[in-house]
Design a protein around this ligand. Structure first.
Ligand SMILES: *Cc1c(COP(=O)(O)O)cnc(C)c1O
Length: 360
């Protein structure tokens, strides 16, 4: 049995230890005679899973008491809508940084609900980049400021977050738990599970408790954060199997030395890959400006599209899968999330050298 190196952007690679544990427990969960996904979400077995998943997340994030962790369905895209529904109260303006495809979608949803001021727009810039911190100004009267911590398609990532006079809301779908940070900088963080956390089917929301009260009464009960916070994300049936996998993945992450431990490994993987791109005498060209390069999604081009296609095809034949860039931008993208093994990055670099020697 051979596992390939999966560079896919999402759903994405999971820790082998977590997959094997799920396999061992799948048929008969802890002697219960059924799998975890067949059980009541109100039973004691699932309750222990749910509580451990939340506890692991709190521990990994060093989460202060005045924040809640929620599991919500609809992925990150549902959060594009829930954030303005809950936090953009009538008469207020929400401030958004447009840094690419995902930020643009978040803005589109917010505009359905209320007024949006785009404080900076680098979504069309080539090479891809984020706005300079010193160019950003925020209004103290805004409802909140929204940004995308890592643009999965463009391959850009905020190294330092702006200080904002209103709550900072961050879409961390593609870099959640990949690097140490002070959660106190944020009022709300959300992340679809399927990139760095588990299988698809759930978004994790980290919210400062005072913001739970903001939601106007005209918002349907189900779409209020406080509904789910009051019931520890058990208001209705949660995506139990996805949360079980998040529990196993976060348990694995703790064993890797937590976020601090995985960050070291992530930075090493990314540094090696960018060094290989930069050492290719222009055959490979990074698409993001160096100061905004992502350590999760590494994007680059080859001299032409025919070569890019050949690169992706030959890499796949060697077990290096999922390297094709997003359909909207083309090029090559290597997603090297937490669970992506360093040996896979070494194998890719070796292939890149051989491919250049044969085609350069
Ligand atoms: C993938 C992704 C999304 C969309 O996630 P869904 O769970 O499919 O809705 C949103 N934001 C970012 C940054 C992403 O990478």
């Amino acid at each position: 049995m051979a596992r390939v190196y999966n560079f896919g952007a999402g759903p994405a690679v999971l820790p082998e230890e977590a997959l094997l544990e799920a396999q061992r427990e799948l048929f008969d969960y802890h002697g219960s005679g059924m799998s975890i996904m067949e059980m009541s979400h109100r039973g004691k077995e699932y309750a222990a899973v749910h509580e451990e998943a939340i506890a692991n997340l709190r521990r990994l994030l060093h989460l202060p008491e005045d924040y809640d962790v929620l599991f919500l369905q609809g992925g990150a895209s549902a959060q594009f809508a829930m954030v303005p529904l809950n936090l953009l109260t009538p008469g207020q303006i929400a401030e958004y940084v447009n840094s690419g495809a995902w930020a643009s979608k978040a803005i589109k949803e917010a505009k359905v609900r209320g007024s949006v001021r785009v404080v900076a727009d680098t979504s069309k810039d080539i090479p891809t980049r984020l706005p300079a911190l010193e160019s950003l100004t925020f209004s103290p009267d805004a409802a909140y400021v929204h940004l995308t911590s890592n643009e999965t398609i463009a391959g850009t990532q905020w190294a330092v977050f702006p200080t904002t006079p209103t709550p900072l809301v961050a879409d961390m779908s593609s870099d959640f738990l990949s690097r140490a940070m002070d959660v106190r900088q944020f009022g709300l963080i959300y992340a679809g599970a399927q990139k760095n956390l588990g299988p698809a089917g759930c978004a994790v929301v980290v919210i400062r408790k005072d913001l739970l009260e903001r939601c106007p009464e005209d918002v349907p009960i189900f779409f209020r954060y406080r509904t789910h916070a009051a019931e520890q994300s058990l208001y209705n049936t949660p995506p139990t199997f996805t949360i079980y996998m998040i529990m196993l993945t976060t348990r694995w992450l703790i064993a890797q030395g937590g976020v601090e431990g995985i960050e070291r490994r992530n930075r090493e993987k990314a540094a090696k890959l960018y060094a290989a791109i930069d050492a290719s005498s222009g055959f490979y060209r990074g698409t993001a400006v160096p100061e905004h390069r992502s350590i999760m999604n590494v994007t680059w081009r080859l001299p032409n599209e025919a070569l890019e296609e050949k690169f992706v095809k030959e890499a796949a034949a060697r077990g290096l899968k999922g390297l094709k860039g997003h359909r909207s931008v083309g090029g090559i993208r290597a997603s090297i999330y937490n669970a992506f093994p360093p040996a896979g990055v070494d194998a890719l670099i070796e292939f890149m050298r051989e491919f250049q020697a044969a085609n350069g």
